[in-house]
Design a protein around this ligand. Structure first.
Ligand code: ACO
Length: 329
């Protein structure tokens, strides 16, 4: 090990303007504000509207804002990693398009897909490039235009998701702040509960797959709910035990914003009081890869150097994980 840690030195987000409220969803499917609020905690979510606008447009806005905020020229960025389940196209990687749109010309870039756990997987992988001393400015952006894969006739899924992007900058630090440790898990047998049926090599797109509405999120809500609570709490506990961290050492739990009841149940299992749990799902819904950095952006003013954060996520795959971060500023 080099003694160098990868520190988050800036965070910035992008939210599309259009607000899709529970009241508007009541006009679209057989649902109610009361059902959505009590079952998910969500009041509204943002939707990216406009011809020709994609995940990379939101991500590029977040990245441009991030670099401006930190006073860094796009030319100085070494690497851009984009985590997404809604790439602009199957190939090339959306990260390439983000770099291009953000004026980043001297970096290499690639995508990472671990569904809702994507951001923490991307963050940890990207951090390795900084920890080795090889790279000094690495951008990690989580972005999803979930409205492009949500079936707005399916009341079970359409109320949950929203569109957004959010990015962090990783830079080397020798002050013992930044990414300290992580724990991850994957179980491919869980794919049956959460996936997209068609459009991949298993079932290429055809008239039939479109007619059968197979290009949307397929989700069995209850198993996803159960696994999400168990795995997020379990992996966070494992990470804390491994590093001798107790509840009092933790300044903030930063859970993937899947559903308010999942967030509350995970916090309860860990014994972390609700005032130390970051929550913004009521305003944005589940934005998949963007939820964790969006929370960091929202709560940035309440964070202090040296704060211990546990970022934790669960997602399609199944994938799950937790990252211990010491806040750097
Ligand atoms: N409005 C009104 N009624 C609804 C709606 C809706 N939007 N959606 C479902 N219902 C109905 C069902 O049809 C069912 O009716 P029935 O009893 O007549 O059959 C009833 O509500 C209860 O349905 P359940 O599926 O049992 O409802 P549940 O309490 O499990 O809530 C939900 C469903 C919100 C999807 C929940 O299971 C959940 O949050 N699961 C996790 C999903 C999630 O977070 N996914 C995110 C992607 S993965 C991730 O980020 C980790």
């Amino acid at each position: 090990m080099t003694g160098i840690k990868a520190a988050i030195t800036a965070v910035h987000g992008y939210l599309p303007e259009y607000v899709l409220t529970n009241q508007e969803l009541e006009q679209m499917v057989d649902t109610s504000d009361e059902w959505i609020s009590t079952r998910t905690g969500i009041k509204e979510r943002r939707i990216l509207k406009g011809e020709g606008l994609a995940t990379s447009d939101m991500a590029a806005e977040a990245v441009k804002g991030l670099l401006e905020k930190r006073g860094i020229s796009p030319d100085d960025v070494d690497l851009v990693v984009c985590s997404t389940v809604t790439p602009d196209m199957k190939f090339p990687a959306t990260a390439n398009l983000v770099s291009h749109k953000a004026g980043i010309n001297n970096a290499f870039s690639y995508d990472m897909n671990a569904a809702c756990s994507g951001f923490i997987y991307a963050l940890t992988t990207a951090a390795s490039f900084v920890e080795t001393g090889r790279y000094k400015k690495v951008v990690v952006v989580g972005a999803d235009k979930m409205s492009s894969i949500v079936d707005y006739t399916d009341r079970q899924t359409c109320v949950i998701f929203g569109d957004a992007a959010s990015a962090v900058l990783l830079e080397p630090s020798e002050e013992n702040v930044g990414l300290m440790d992580h724990a991850f898990g994957t179980d491919g047998s869980g794919h049956v509960h959460l996936h997209m049926k068609a459009g991949g090599s298993l079932k290429p797109s055809s008239h039939e797959t479109v007619d059968a509405r197979e290009h949307y999120v397929y989700q069995e809500g209850q198993p996803v709910f159960k696994f999400a609570v168990t795995k997020m709490a379990g992996i966070s506990k494992e990470l804390m035990d491994k590093n001798d961290l107790n509840v009092d050492d933790i300044s903030w739990l930063v859970p993937h914003q899947a559903n308010m009841r999942i967030i509350e149940a995970a916090g309860r299992r860990l014994g972390i009081p609700s005032e130390k749990v970051m929550v913004n799902i009521q305003r944005y819904g589940n934005t998949t890869n963007a939820t964790i950095p969006l929370c960091l952006w929202d709560y940035e003013n309440q964070l202090n150097k040296g704060d211990n954060l546990i970022l934790t996520a669960f997602g399609g795959g199944f994938t799950w994980g937790a990252v211990w971060v010491k806040w750097a500023y």
